[in-house]
Design a protein around this ligand. Structure first.
Ligand code: G6P
Length: 372
């Protein structure tokens, strides 16, 4: 009913709007006075965490994309090798695991069969399993050694939005915690990142207030035959997530690429008017990468692409190459997906609505897939 949707036309729009609160709630009470992260159900000691020499993240769909972002943060902060794998592939290729491997299973529902089977396989190999989950008491956290619940609240729309952002927050907290217990980061360094994380709900509120242009853009793009997404570093998984949303909701062909791979093939797809959504890294943190993405934008534009550029506020260098510019608040590089993903969620939702589709219940999809 309309009341359940809180005055929004779709649950998805309501859940997108709830994201600042969901991030806030996921951060709330998660830090001890000494700056340590508090896990919910823990059968893992600090010593277990110090013994970890390898991290595997397993997940499906949108949750998998949060894991891809997490890899950049975890390796950067902890210096522990981290691999991310689709849960449905994981156990069938006989991964190398032992008791010093930490397997992080990410699942909104906590009931996804592929993820559950990956977790069981990890446990059989004696690995430690930590769940990131949005559903209290569901199967995946029950079978794990520790849980960090995302406090996103119930997510009704099939396409995941607030769960994704809170999964990112949970991954950041775990990365920082691992770095701290292992002595790779000092408490004050962790606190500095956490204080930037605490700013993100306000920044996201500001961003959500500027989305009218994205709605207009959605109406222009509704007849496109394909939409390409490019990004680098943490912007690469954001590009994959933007493309997935468009496939799920608008039933349009969409594909995400690492911007550096364009020249190795995908650039051949660019034709007159092909929309290309470009996720630009922050000029402050990774200036070199930003410049490379700006060159990629010029390259696709020279071949006729219509460029939709997502960049940090005040990044003037991208302006001349953007047919459409979407500005997001300044955020440290690793945390940027908390901002850059959101216009892509809205874009997909509005294109789907403009094409007359049921945004909350896309065809052929289920909220939680409990078969392998
Ligand atoms: C389904 C949903 C996706 C979701 C995936 C993983 O395919 O349609 O939106 O990302 O499952 O779900 P989970 O509950 O494990 O996060």
């Amino acid at each position: 009913s309309a009341a359940e949707k809180g005055g929004y036309e779709y649950f998805m729009l309501k859940e997108i709007a709830e994201q600042p609160q969901a991030i806030h709630d996921t951060l709330l009470g998660r830090l001890s006075e000494r700056g340590e992260i508090i896990l919910d159900e823990v059968r893992l000691t600090d010593q277990d965490l110090r013994d970890v020499d390898k991290v595997f993240i397993v997940a499906c769909g949108t949750a998998y994309h949060s894991g891809l972002v997490a890899k950049y943060a975890i390796e950067h902060w902890t210096r522990i090798p981290c691999e991310v794998e689709l849960a449905s592939e994981f156990r069938y290729r006989d991964p190398v695991l032992d008791r010093s491997t930490l397997v992080v299973a990410i699942s909104q529902s906590g009931e996804t069969m592929d993820t559950l089977m990956a977790l069981r396989h990890a446990k059989e190999q004696k690995a430690r399993v930590l769940a990131i989950c949005n559903t209290n008491g569901s199967t995946i956290p029950r079978e794990s050694d520790a849980v960090l619940y995302t406090h996103g609240g119930p997510e009704i729309a099939v396409a995941s939005t607030k769960a994704f952002l809170t999964q990112l927050v949970a991954c950041y907290l775990i990365g920082l915690h691992l770095a701290q217990v292992r002595g790779v980061m000092y408490a004050d360094e962790v606190a500095a990142v956490v204080s930037r994380l605490m700013e993100t709900p306000d920044h996201l509120r500001q961003l959500l207030d500027t989305m009218e242009d994205v709605r207009q853009l959605a109406r222009d793009l509704k007849t496109a035959s394909t939409v390409l997404f490019i990004g680098r570093h943490v912007g690469y998984p954001v590009a994959l997530e933007g493309a997935l949303k468009l496939k799920e909701l608008a039933y349009m062909h969409a594909e995400g690429f690492a911007a550096g791979e364009l020249k190795h093939g995908p650039i051949a797809l660019i034709d007159e008017g092909t929309p290309v959504v470009c996720v630009v890294p922050s000029p402050a943190g990774r200036g070199v990468l930003r410049d490379k993405v700006v060159s990629n934008i010029q390259e696709v534009r020279a071949r006729g692409a219509r460029t939709i550029v997502i960049a940090e506020e005040g990044d003037e260098a991208v302006r001349p190459f953007a047919d459409h510019l979407i500005e997001v608040p300044r955020t440290p590089t690793l945390l940027a997906p908390l901002m850059t993903t959101v216009p892509l969620q809205i874009l997909a939702c509005e294109i789907a609505a403009a094409r007359g589709h049921d945004v909350d219940q896309p065809r052929n999809l289920a909220k939680s897939v409990t078969v392998e």
